[in-house]
Design a protein around this ligand. Structure first.
Ligand SMILES: Cc1cc2nc3c(=O)[nH]c(=O)nc-3n(C[C@H](O)[C@H](O)[C@H](O)COP(=O)(O)O)c2cc1C
Length: 366
């Protein structure tokens, strides 16, 4: 009925609901000998919530992670790692009125039909952005593992409400500037414009979508298991596990359909004894395997559906048409929160594929 686990060698099973006591994950298959404590995870979790609270939901939670199993003396043991995050700021009464009146753009209607009315509807229940706190915790472990093998995962807000920069930011700008503003955009002038647009949408009782770009640097050649567990297919699958994702493109993506082969091909050259390509339209993927060039992909997020404007809906118990205004505590744009979420999800995926490919051993050298 539900599909709660992802990954074959580094597998992550998530549990919890938006308004239940907690959310969390069990990671099975993390190699033994990785240095890990709660602070490592807490750092990435903190990035999920922008300091400037106006631009996100007013639900306030410290998102303190607890490690319940799988480490001993700050090192992973190879046993399952259980990560637990308490939900501390639920206001479930906000959802009583919406029990039967399904919210447009949310999973309420198909979930009610599919699970016979038993699914937890409060705040979207299991189908809520809140689950991404658990994903980020798991991703922090995967990211730490990848870092020990020299693989870097970075991400930033590429666009919000159609506002974007013509120039792609350097990796250094992404590293240094992304978390200096609440929009998670390394172009600080653009970040101000994005913020104004988000605040304006919020004031109008509306919301905005946008795009997160993610880059994975220093990947070895050949990560990915063609045909069906190719690196791009596996990334797409895990990324679509994030609520509100509507699209993903690698490298030149949809634009490549407009190019000629001569324009789109990434020609091979030698640089300091290494095979590299002149361009990277493939986004670092050929035949479902990493090429050794940066893996680059962009994820499109829809505008959040909980808006204060009046919308048509149906009371499914009474089978009567109705109207709804979703007041309460909601993100006017999920993109800033999604920046570390995308990073976390791709880290889980790459860690899994690198273990499967024999590039990360089951026991790390001390
Ligand atoms: C980090 C994060 C936070 C979210 N917060 C909200 C929110 O406050 N309000 C809202 O309407 N949707 C929010 N969403 C999106 C909904 O959870 C999502 O649209 C809904 O579950 C339906 O799923 P779907 O859009 O994938 O079809 C959030 C998504 C993410 C990734």
């Amino acid at each position: 009925m539900w599909s709660n686990s992802i990954g074959k060698a580094f597998s992550v099973t998530c549990f919890g609901e938006s308004h239940g006591p907690a959310v969390g994950v069990i990671i099975d298959g993390c190699p033994a000998g990785l240095q890990l404590n709660a602070d490592d995870i807490q750092r990435l979790l903190a990035q999920r919530i922008p300091v400037e609270r106006e631009v996100v939901s007013s639900r306030r939670e410290p998102d303190m992670v607890e490690i319940f199993s799988g480490t001993f003396q700050d090192l992973t043991t190879g046993a399952p790692i259980t990560l637990h995050i308490k939900n501390q700021d639920t206001r479930s009464a906000d959802y009583d009125k919406m029990k039967d009146t399904v919210r447009p753009g949310h999973a309420d209607y198909p979930a009610k039909v599919k699970y016979g009315g038993f699914s937890d509807y409060r705040g979207g229940g299991r189908l809520s952005g809140r689950m991404t706190a658990a994903f980020v915790a798991a991703g922090a472990v995967a990211k730490k593992l990848l870092t020990t093998f020299g693989v870097e995962v970075i991400s930033y807000t590429h666009s919000i409400g159609g506002l974007h920069s013509e120039k792609s930011p350097s990796d250094n700008d992404v590293r240094e500037l992304t978390y200096q503003n609440s929009m998670r955009c390394p172009d600080l002038t653009l970040a101000d414009r994005m913020r104004d647009a988000v605040m304006q949408a919020k004031a109008e009782g509306d919301s905005l979508g946008g795009i997160v770009e993610c880059r994975v640097n220093n990947l070895p050649v050949g990560v990915g298991e063609p045909l069906f567990d190719s690196i791009d297919a596996e990334i797409a699958k895990i990324i679509f596990g994030i609520p509100a994702v509507k699209g993903i493109e690698f490298g030149a993506g949809f634009e490549s359909s407009k190019l000629k082969g001569s324009e789109n091909n990434d020609q091979f050259i030698l640089r300091e004894g290494k095979i590299v390509t002149v361009t990277n339209n493939s986004g670092g993927v050929l035949g479902g395997m990493s090429t050794g060039m940066p893996l680059v992909f962009r994820t499109a997020f829809k505008p959040p559906s909980s808006i204060a404007k009046e919308q048509k809906t149906v009371n499914v118990s009474k089978m009567e048409e109705s109207v709804i205004e979703v007041r309460g505590r909601h993100d006017p744009c999920v993109v800033p929160k999604a920046v570390p979420v995308v990073q976390a999800m791709v880290s889980i995926c790459i860690a899994d594929l690198m273990i499967r490919g024999g590039m990360i051993p089951r026991v790390l050298k001390s």
